[in-house]
Design a protein around this ligand. Structure first.
Ligand SMILES: [Zn+2]
Length: 910
């Protein structure tokens, strides 16, 4: 067995450090989250919460898409100052009734009416303006009140609306939980208007809000701010809450239930304390008390970085409700999932989302990107930089789309976990390094100081960063917030003696086909005397930098510590393709070990082929299954390793960091160099970025799907059943698989039309030196959840019939010569295109390979010359010596080598 020794990759080192530094803390522990909105229940890495939280928010917003619209012209001429909600909730009739009062100040007069956002289905029973009753009119979801007189700029008008009705749209709920009544609200983004009339736009926060909620006796009503009073009135109870800090309408909330209340304290100083209050279901208290006990520490960690908790005169707390994620209601998060990083994310929103609110939902990353970044800061406070970095690695997103949301009425787009959450958090990560540690956090404090208790845009944040740093950050925000993708760097360097030391000339290229990026890039030069890190200002497609060092340079690394969202072009230089199959594991042993081990014991991923093995993860605690050879290495797979193999089988999962290793391994370059690659993975859309998806030649039809059984669409392949739920999978449009791309497997049921599960691209011209190279097959689904025998049959079919890897010549050590000349069956056979002819020599020597017709006449001489011992591959493209296509019919391929002759029959078809 060949062993490749190399240093442990950085990312793996980081993971190992996390595990030791924060045992029981921020390590990648598998957590069973409450189900997703589609009912799917999944084990997730506790640190990777964005897709989960975003899915829940997107599901809620989807309900009221039509409500998304800018403030009316009338609304732009006044400023809402104060609301009082005096409402009764009747669960038996699912109705809300009562009166909402608003005071507003005219900013551009004169104003003689006021538009309020209010759902058309709610019934208005009366209205007042100033001293007495007034009239109103309605158009769709806008209620227009006639004011008692014209008000000029600076004057304040005072109106009430009395109403009743059943809120629709899903932002408000009456339901039973554990046999008891709960009443709850979640108004983000456009839902406040479904249960109370208001100017429903985050750009206009009220200075304060008071709420009187009357609910059946026995329910405890929780809301924003502080509890002023609780008054019993026979069969009902009225709770009066007061929020004295400015608040956006979508953050005004209620939650009413026979809660069990627990109390804790956050102490900003030895002399001061703030109430923490957690309202949980009685059944939940025991299970969530440990994580809720961490909240005071989280507040302290955030306060140390982002300034004091912004609502210190009131409280922070949780109100449990039947929603899978969490909603950052001001001073009281409504929450239904209690993994530590969900709790941390929602708490971070009190600063970013509640204290500073996005002015509109185009800029939602100012809420969600910041809260997601808060997860990494919490990890850092517990496990240092390595834990921070491990968390950020989970947030890398390399796909299309801008962080800024072009269409704020597109619900799924606003709460896109990749863009608003993950890439948004990377913008802050990058900014931290661009500005430097101190300046970055100073800039956040300055942003807070200017925009706290208000609403802000990306430009407001940029201006704050520029003011503190003195830097021009226009390019930075343009490219990362309004642009798409990331830089794809290629680096080459030379050195020459100069000035008593050495000049390193670095050529840094940006090879992407999309926008160029202007970024300061760290370049670390290693010499015998140590390391020096330079920062080069890169902005062009190709740029040279001369860096002076004192000793002989031995290595140059670009952005070694991962401060830029990027890829590095790696070459697969001088591939030998001498070996047969490399199996790369990207499935986390700690979480999926039982299923993975069982599949390995059954050789589900490689069948009768001999394999070498690479593990992106560390070895499982109990050791590897006996069927696997010892791994050649861990972490990302270097190009020089890939290039030794004719075929690579990669098991992907996008769980606990394996996607990062896939992205850091030069798989596309391997394909282009002539390698064949079979990817087995769920979440295909995250593995196949634009370049790889285009290479494969499919278009996604849907992602996040639960797959049914698979049906074969090509001869030689088998249908596949499942051993467990195939959730979080992508399927493609079978119509898109044309030309060089074929569908291999499709959904057997449940999809109309049927969708593609597996596909292969066979480049007609091959790739690199290999006529049968550059072939890329993808099988959607968790590799460890297809029935082992079915999957094994298909993997072997793909390798033998499509990758043309003869199983009888397979040899884990690759290149070990056979005892006698071996000539494999031509494949494909019959063929209308290129036919691969594979053979293995017992010793070096002259080889002649010719194609003859059935009459024994030579049609084409394919090779005549010396070859090394071991396996070789040649190809016949179906042409004769003159370059014309040979007619359809039977032919013979004859090889002479090592004193032996072997013949194989092959058929040409049209
Ligand atoms: Zn959030």
């Amino acid at each position: 067995m060949t062993r490749v020794r190399r240093p442990l990759p950085m990312a793996l080192l980081a993971c190992a450090l996390v595990l030791s530094a924060t045992a029981g803390g921020a390590a990648a522990r598998p957590i069973l989250f409450p189900p997703l909105p589609n009912g799917v229940r999944e084990v997730r890495d506790e640190r990777d919460v964005s897709p989960y939280l975003a899915a829940w928010k997107a599901a809620s917003l989807r309900r009221e898409r039509a409500a998304a619209r800018p403030a009316t012209l009338n609304q732009q001429s006044w400023d809402a100052r104060w609301y009082d909600l005096d409402l009764s909730f009747a669960p038996t009739t699912s109705t809300v009734s009562g009166t909402v009062r608003m005071k507003a100040t005219v900013t551009a007069g004169a104003v003689s009416s006021a538009d309020l956002d209010f759902a058309a289905g709610m019934v208005v029973d009366g209205a007042t303006s100033g001293p007495g009753a007034t009239t109103w009119s309605r158009a769709a979801d806008v209620l227009t009140l006639d004011l008692d007189r014209a008000y000029s700029a600076g004057e304040t008008f005072d109106v009430t609306v009395t109403y009743h009705g059943t809120p629709t749209g899903g932002y408000f709920g009456f339901q039973m939980v554990n046999g008891r009544q709960i009443i709850w609200s979640l108004s983000e983004a456009y839902g406040a208007r479904t249960w109370w009339p208001c100017k429903d736009a985050p750009e206009d926060k009220a200075d304060s809000v008071t709420v009187h909620f009357t609910a059946p006796l026995g329910l405890t009503t929780v809301s924003n701010g502080t509890l002023v009073s609780t008054v019993m009135n026979g069969p009902t109870v009225t709770a009066n809450w007061s929020e004295r800090y400015p608040i956006a309408t979508y953050l005004v909330s209620i939650a009413s239930y026979p809660y069990t209340v627990t109390t804790d304290w956050y102490r900003p100083s030895p002399a001061d304390s703030m109430l923490l209050r957690f309202w949980n279901y009685p059944e939940s208290v025991a299970g969530v008390s440990a994580v809720q006990a961490k909240v005071k520490g989280m507040i302290a960690a955030y306060a140390a970085r982002m300034g004091e908790y912004p609502f210190l005169a009131e409280k922070y707390g949780h109100a449990e409700f039947p929603f899978g994620g969490g909603m950052e209601h001001q001073t009281c998060t409504s929450i239904g999932a209690f993994p530590e990083f969900v709790v941390a994310h929602e708490l971070m929103h009190q600063w970013w989302g509640d204290l500073v609110t996005c002015r509109d939902f185009h800029h939602i990353w100012l809420n969600e990107g910041f809260a997601t970044y808060g997860e990494a800061l919490w990890a850092e406070s517990q496990g240092g930089y390595a834990a921070y970095k491990a968390d950020m690695d989970q947030n890398r997103y390399l796909g299309p789309g801008s962080v800024w949301v072009p269409d704020a009425s597109n619900e799924t787009r606003v709460f896109d976990s990749n863009l608003s959450y993950n890439k948004g958090s990377w913008v802050l990560h990058m900014l931290r390094h661009v500005l430097g540690e101190q300046t970055f956090f100073d800039a956040l404090l300055a942003y807070r100081a200017t925009w706290g208790y208000k609403s802000a845009t990306t430009e407001n944040f940029r201006d704050a960063c520029e003011a503190v740093s003195g830097r021009d950050l226009d390019a930075f925000f343009q490219q990362w917030i309004y642009g798409e993708y990331y830089p794809q760097y290629r680096a080459n360097w030379t050195s020459a003696p100069a000035g008593g030391g050495y000049d390193v000339t670095l050529t840094l290229e940006q090879t992407q086909s999309w926008q160029l990026f202007t970024m300061p890039v760290d370049v670390t030069v290693t010499t015998a005397g140590g390391e020096t890190t330079f920062v080069v200002p890169d902005s062009l497609a190709s740029q040279q930098f001369v860096l002076h060092v004192a000793d002989t340079p031995v290595n140059v690394e670009v952005d070694r510590d991962g401060w830029i969202l990027k890829t590095m072009d790696q070459v697969v230089a001088n591939p030998t393709f001498q070996k047969s199959v490399l199996l790369v594991n990207g499935v986390d042993w700690a979480t999926y070990g039982a299923e993975l081990t069982s599949a390995c014991i059954d050789k589900a991923f490689w069948g009768a082929y001999g394999i070498d093995f690479w593990d992106t993860f560390a070895a499982p605690a109990g050791g590897y299954p006996a069927t696997l050879p010892a791994p050649l290495g861990h972490g990302s797979v270097p190009g020089d390793v890939l290039g030794q193999y004719r075929n690579v089988i990669w098991l992907g999962n996008n769980y606990a960091g394996d996607l990062f290793h896939w992205q850091d391994s030069p798989v596309l370059q391997y394909l282009r160099a002539g390698g064949n690659l079979l990817l087995l993975s769920r979440q295909g859309e995250t593995f196949l970025g634009d370049s790889l998806r285009a290479y494969l030649g499919v278009n996604w039809a849907a992602t996040g799907q639960t797959l049914p059984d698979a049906a074969a669409t090509r001869p030689g392949l088998a249908g596949m059943t499942r051993t467990a739920t195939q959730s979080a999978c992508a399927v493609f449009d079978t119509a898109s698989a044309t030309g060089e791309t074929s569908t291999l497997l499709r959904t057997a049921s449940g999809f109309t039309p049927a969708r593609g599960i597996a596909a292969i691209r066979i480049p007609a011209a091959g790739a690199g030196p290999r006529p049968a190279g550059g072939r890329f097959a993808f099988v959607s689904g968790r590799p460890y959840r297809w029935t082992h025998a079915n999957l094994q049959s298909n993997v072997m079919a793909i390798l033998s019939a499509y990758f043309l890897e003869p199983v009888n010549l397979a040899d884990a050590d690759g290149g070990a010569p056979p005892a006698r000349l071996a000539f494999a069956a031509p494949a494909p056979n019959p063929s209308s295109a290129t036919t691969a002819l594979r053979f293995s020599l017992p010793r070096p020597g002259r080889v002649r390979l010719v194609v003859m017709d059935v009459a024994g006449r030579r049609v084409r001489s394919l090779f005549d010359g010396p070859l090394a011992a071991g396996p070789h591959e040649l190809a016949w493209d179906g042409r004769d010596e003159a370059g014309a296509f040979a007619p359809a019919g039977l032919y013979w391929a004859r090889i002479e080598a090592a004193g032996e002759t072997a013949t194989r029959r092959l058929a040409r078809v049209r």
